[in-house]
Ligand binder design. Structure first.
Ligand code: SF4
Ligand code: FES
Length: 242
């Protein structure tokens, strides 16, 4: 006997800023839920069967590429890792993540934001040694390497930025993702920068002193990075240099 899944109701904010005539509006779509359905699957069904113009981003479908962030019933989440079964009443509202440039509908330009942030925090190893690619990489202590790898797990999804009140008020705030990046380079012995050098980059309200410790970043980070601990660690260092 064929069993029918329950009916899901999606309410999706549609808007194309490039079309001067367009106005943001919620559009409703109904579809039948299947076992193990993720928002990735649901959105593809909607696009294939109901609205070919619906814009959203996915690449890996596995929580790795960081491209599918959106606001799901008021919370920033990765759509590919979100099950429709988690929404008991079957009603799911989708909006694009705030703080990023809107491309269309649920698609935002996190890449541009991350690129700007990376330049602002100079997100690369600064070394006084001349580059020599034939040299064997310098060894570092295993516990230090572990800490660098741990902080390098960020997938640049932007959920921390879209859940941060400071990032919404200050367009130049580097966000938890930027501060995490500084924490990563400050523990890496390959990077010769001193605390004073990091202070030049983040010693103001667009950096470490802009954080209001509301914890939205850590609450929504899909990689469970210790964002508030690292922000507190950096703040203790930077406040001494004020
Ligand atoms: S810190 Fe977490 S929430 Fe922020 S961009 Fe990285 S993985 Fe995403
Ligand atoms: S599609 Fe890559 S993280 Fe969701």
């Amino acid at each position: 006997m064929e069993t029918k899944g329950r009916e899901l109701t999606f309410s999706i904010l549609k808007y194309s800023p490039l079309n001067k005539e367009d106005k943001p509006e919620f559009v409703e779509f109904k579809l039948e839920e299947t076992i193990g359905m993720t928002l990735f699957i649901a959105l593809n069904i909607i696009r294939e069967q109901m609205d070919a113009s619906l814009a959203f981003d996915f690449v890996c479908r596995a929580g790795i590429c960081g491209s599918c962030g959106m606001v799901i019933n008021g919370k920033p989440k990765l759509a590919c890792r979100t099950l429709t079964a988690d929404y008991k009443d079957g009603k799911i509202q989708l909006m694009p993540m705030p703080a990023f440039e809107l491309i269309q509908d649920l698609s935002v330009n996190t890449g541009k934001w991350m690129d700007d942030m990376s330049n602002r925090v100079e997100s690369w190893i600064h070394s006084n040694d001349p580059a020599d690619i034939s040299k064997i990489e310098e060894k570092i202590e295993p516990d230090v390497a572990d800490e660098v790898f741990e902080l390098d797990r960020c997938i640049e999804c932007g959920l921390c930025v879209s859940s941060c009140a400071t990032a919404l008020m200050r367009p130049n705030f580097v966000g938890a993702v930027g501060l995490n990046r500084i924490a990563r380079f400050s523990v890496d012995p390959h990077d010769n920068r001193r605390d004073e050098d990091f202070y030049e980059l983040i010693g103001d309200d667009n950096g470490i002193f802009g954080c209001m410790s509301l914890m939205g970043c850590e609450d929504h980070c899909p990689k469970n990075l210790p964002l508030q601990e690292k922000i507190a660690y950096l703040r203790r260092k930077m406040v001494k240099l004020r």
